[in-house]
Design a protein around this ligand. Sequence first.
Ligand SMILES: [Zn+2]
Length: 253
Amino acid sequence: MLVDVHCHVDLYPDLEDVITRAKRFGVKGIVAVSMDIKSMEEILKIQNQYSNYIFASLGLHPEACSKISEKDLIKALDLIKNNSEKLVAVGEIGLDHYFVKNREFYPWQEKIFREMLDLSQKLGLPIILHTKGAEKVVFKILGEYDFKAVLIHWYTGPRDLIEIGIKRGYYFSITPAIAYSKKVQYLAERVSLEYLLTESDGPVEYNKIRGEPKDCLAIVKKIAEIKGHGEDRIKNKLFENAISLFNLKTQIS
Ligand SMILES: [Zn+2]
């Protein structure tokens, strides 16, 4: 039993096939994350279509900041507020200082991020975070809040921050990059099973192969190898983690 806790489902032209394959590989649910207003609206529709299988997480992605207007931010916050009962999290939100090279956008990124954090805290929803190249700043900002349910997606930042994340009880989700990335392998080794999850971040490509929720099975196999535990034990524990983090008990069978 697997859950893909971070997938851009609205970006697959062949979503139906992707889901069929995911089910065949034992994936019991997918958390759909958004990038911008368009994908927020799209994800709400998709969630309706695949209820009890695709779960919505809405937020504005830091890489989209240059195309987000003040008006969009207000609209996004309203979309989250008005649909909060249907959401399992707020995300993908955070900061990006790696793909976004133009520093002029950093204060705007941070403003969007803080608005999203304030709202998630008010609604009591977990947050799904993007931290690429801005890990230090994200951890510093999070230190000003008191979130109980924090999921850091595809972490590749400094090792000392992993220790802070562990102390604060953050969850970390592992992508298919675990097949080749030493940083991801280290993360899977260092973080205890209680705080690990699987994600495809699909349709992002890994070694030129498109990521899909079905890849969560290969991720579990690799974690089992790294941790030296049986595959079933890893699967069950990570499944439990996803259920408790996103409160999916009554929705996933
Ligand atoms: Zn993503």
